[in-house]
Design a protein around this ligand. Structure first.
Ligand code: SF4
Length: 418
């Protein structure tokens, strides 16, 4: 008999305390004589760690603000300061905090330098340019070439490597020290191991019934974003992997009745994560995987750090790739997770992630024969999401899955007798 889950993963407590300590440590960087960089999450920040620079990520900070329910208020502050509602809500949250809004971590430490890689979108260029101007510090940009075919050319690889070498020059000027390539190799080894455990954790979601839900992974995502390249991240993901593997061994079921298995495409609604997962679970559906998680499945090679980072940061991130290649990746995940359906988040203020959503909807249904639901929403601005509409559309979607599988309206029957 399968056991039903009733407890949180214990690793989540480790993750939470590591993230709290990470933000506190960064805020005190200056008192420890360390420089601070602000960086996009898709930047190969292992080069900054190798130079003993503390790195913080405004996107992660904004996501946390969103998860704590501060998104709408911070976005309004940014709009009062002149930003359009169409601008990425991560950028608006960041500007909102810089204009005096609340932050769960008391804000970010003032940067000495700002790093921006364009793997995810071009919005970040204007956003990080504004940050650099605001604090009067230098801006380093890594232009990541668009990846049309899924493969990266030698020319593109070299293009990224030469930009990273330029970044290393800027780091040397900032720190006044010669860059330590041996240290970079050590950091890359830790980064490689953490990424590997992270991938293995995600893959355990393929077990039927699933030992984890999307929430289990999302609440443990902070360290792979902010602490990759550290021993702490390795320890956390080793522990997470062992804990999920133990769940598999004892037949632990994460989401009660698992009648339908779903994959999520896009950034989650950070402010409504729990309610979406819970409602789906009540309807007998479990989110077992997400395309978003795979942006952090990166093959980095400690023996060839710059080139392998160039390759990894260009191929892992679907926002940097053609719709055709994204569909291929989704197909692989649907197969891996034996999924019945896909939920696409059509994200109002992240154009990059929502580009081609209608094509994706049509082609995924046609090519893989699974049902697809598109939900309008936003990653951080809760004003852009109608809770009632989301609930109604999810219920209708599950009803459709019921019909597809059983040829009759079992859910409606069930609801009508309640
Ligand atoms: S990819 Fe989307 S969410 Fe991320 S910074 Fe760009 S617009 Fe914002």
């Amino acid at each position: 008999m399968k056991m039903k889950a009733s407890q949180k993963l214990e690793t989540t407590a480790l993750t939470q305390s590591a993230m709290k300590a990470y933000y506190e440590t960064a805020r005190n960087a200056r008192s420890r004589g360390r420089k601070v960089a602000w960086s996009t999450v898709m930047m190969p920040t292992e080069i900054l760690l190798a130079a003993d620079i503390d790195v913080v990520f405004p996107e992660n900070h904004s996501a946390t603000c969103g998860a704590k329910g501060l998104g709408a208020e911070l976005c309004e502050l940014a709009e009062d300061a002149g930003l359009s509602q169409e601008t990425c809500s991560y950028a608006r949250c960041d500007l909102g905090v810089r204009h005096g809004g609340m932050s769960p971590w008391g804000g970010l430490p003032i940067p000495d330098i700002v790093f921006c890689a364009t793997s995810s979108c071009t919005t970040v260029m204007k956003w990080f340019e504004d940050i650099a101007r605001h604090y009067g510090c230098e801006l380093a940009i890594v232009d990541m070439p668009y990846n049309f075919s899924g493969e990266i050319t030698a020319h593109s690889e070299q293009y990224i490597v030469s930009q990273l070498e330029e970044c290393i020059g800027q780091i040397e000027t900032l720190t006044g020290k010669t860059f330590n390539y041996e240290r970079l190799t050590q950091i890359m080894e830790l980064s490689h191991t953490a990424h590997d455990y992270w991938r293995k954790c995600l893959e355990l979601g393929a077990v039927k019934p699933s030992p984890i839900t999307m929430t289990d992974i999302l609440v443990n995502m902070g360290p792979i974003v902010c602490l990759r390249g550290t021993q702490e991240a390795v320890n956390i993901y080793e522990s997470l992997h062992e804990e999920i593997a133990q769940r598999v061994r004892i037949g632990y079921v994460a989401a009660g009745t698992e009648r339908f298995r779903l994959v999520w495409d896009g950034i989650p609604f950070w402010f409504a994560l729990g309610s979406v997962v819970r409602r789906l679970s009540e309807l007998g559906a479990v989110l077992v995987g997400a395309t978003y998680f795979y942006h952090w499945v990166r093959e980095v090679d400690p023996a060839d750090p710059l080139r392998s980072m160039g390759r990894a940061y260009c191929t892992a991130i679907t926002m940097n790739q053609s719709v055709a290649h994204k569909i291929e990746k989704i197909g692989m995940l649907l197969k891996l997770y034996q999924a019945d359906g896909l939920i696409i988040h059509s994200n109002r203020s992240c154009k990059s992630d929502s580009l081609g959503a209608l094509d994706l909807h049509r082609d995924v249904e046609k090519q893989f024969g699974v049902s697809v639901l598109m939900l309008d929403g936003d990653h951080t601005d809760s004003r852009a999401v109608s809770d009632a509409a989301v609930q109604t559309r999810m219920e209708a979607f599950i009803e459709g899955l019921e019909q597809k599988r059983f040829g009759r309206l079992r859910l409606v029957d069930k609801l009508s007798v309640q």
